[in-house]
Design a protein around this ligand. Structure first.
Ligand code: GLN
Length: 331
């Protein structure tokens, strides 16, 4: 095993870094035993709970990938970042934030409690289901295809290809959607939706069913790390203000009701999904030029065994380890 503490003199050596990450993926792979794959969407229960993979992408094509990186999985709640960004680009930030707040809930992602008891007309944030479904209703377009077209265009710019919708997962989500429909009807009653409920929910289930990989997630993270700009081409992919707001909400609300702990102990913006994916990022930092990825990086993790709140159990541990060893925290 490579030494636990980063050897600052060898950090530029890609092979050393690769061995280092390989060792820690193998180490944390054992902790997948502590979690369970999501089963409330039946097709998600087919995932292999032993899987753990990571991709870390930085400037100039620098990247490290390790573990089960070839596995594709559905993006699930990580899609909430994308629809939020597109809604802000289409409708303007203040229009969106007048309709969805930016406060953490401390409740499960699909909780209805706060919506009724505390904020009936303004879901708490765009990364819980009530807020995400509202955001999806704000997307321009008459049907799910038109609404998702700009999401796919954005994704294509970030990851370099157009991903597909996993039809089996989409059908499974649609069939087992009682709670999301309950949230949807509630939002309909409070006049929070700007598109018909059936179109909104179909779009929401489809966005959750987009297929992805850890490499895609790392590339998305890298663009956000650079405030919406591709660090190599310098092309603006997401307006800076929108990228910055998105990162702030990722930090405060991205890991469901474990967001406070994640911000405290890991200290980087991240967003997870129930299929076991996490997108995370470290902005460029100046503290110690000898650490790897000093110019910022995006990180994609996949580990479908989840803790009780719905985050990848091994993925969170691996991120915590790497963030502390490489001094990635934004604090
Ligand atoms: N499709 C899922 C749902 O709404 C997404 C949830 C998640 O990843 N937390 O139930």
């Amino acid at each position: 095993m490579v030494q636990g503490t980063m050897n600052l003199n060898t950090q530029i050596d890609k092979e050393w870094l690769q061995n280092y990450v390989d060792d820690w993926v193998a180490f944390y792979q054992k902790t997948t035993e502590e979690g369970k794959v999501a089963s409330y969407i039946p097709v998600l229960a087919e995932a292999n709970p032993d899987h753990l993979g990571i991709a870390i992408y930085g400037k100039n094509g620098m990247n490290i990938t390790s573990g089960d990186t070839d596995v594709t999985f559905t993006i699930q709640s990580i899609s909430k970042i994308l629809t939020f960004i597109v809604a802000c680009m289409e409708r303007g930030v203040s229009y969106v934030l007048d309709r969805v707040d930016v406060e953490p809930t401390g409740e499960a992602f699909n909780s209805i409690m706060h919506l009724e008891m505390k904020s009936p007309n303004k879901p708490f944030n765009p990364f819980v289901n009530a807020g995400a479904i509202t955001v999806t209703s704000l997307l321009e377009g008459k049907n799910s295809q038109e609404k998702l077209e700009p999401v796919f265009e954005l994704l294509e710019k970030m990851i370099g290809y157009r991903p597909i919708i996993n039809q089996q997962v989409f059908a499974s989500e649609d069939e087992t959607s009682a709670r999301n429909r309950a949230i949807g009807y509630y939002l309909l009653e409070t006049e929070s939706l700007e598109s018909p409920l059936d179109v909104t929910l179909e779009t929401y289930f489809k966005q959750c069913s987009i297929e992805t990989t850890v490499t895609d997630l790392a590339k998305i993270g890298l663009i956000l790390a650079n405030d919406g700009e591709d660090p190599d081409s310098e092309e603006e992919i997401i307006p800076r203000q929108i990228a910055r707001i998105t990162k702030a909400i990722m930090l405060t609300c991205g890991m469901y009701d474990a967001s406070g702990k994640f911000a405290t102990y890991v200290g980087i913006p991240a967003k997870s999904g129930v299929s076991g994916g996490i997108v995370a990022l470290a902005p460029p930092r100046v503290r110690n030029a000898q650490f790897p990825f000093i110019e910022g990086c995006g990180i994609g993790v996949y580990g479908p065994a989840l803790e009780e709140r719905g985050n990848s159990v091994a993925g969170m541990k691996l991120l915590k380890h790497i963030a502390s060893q490489w001094d990635l925290s934004i604090f």
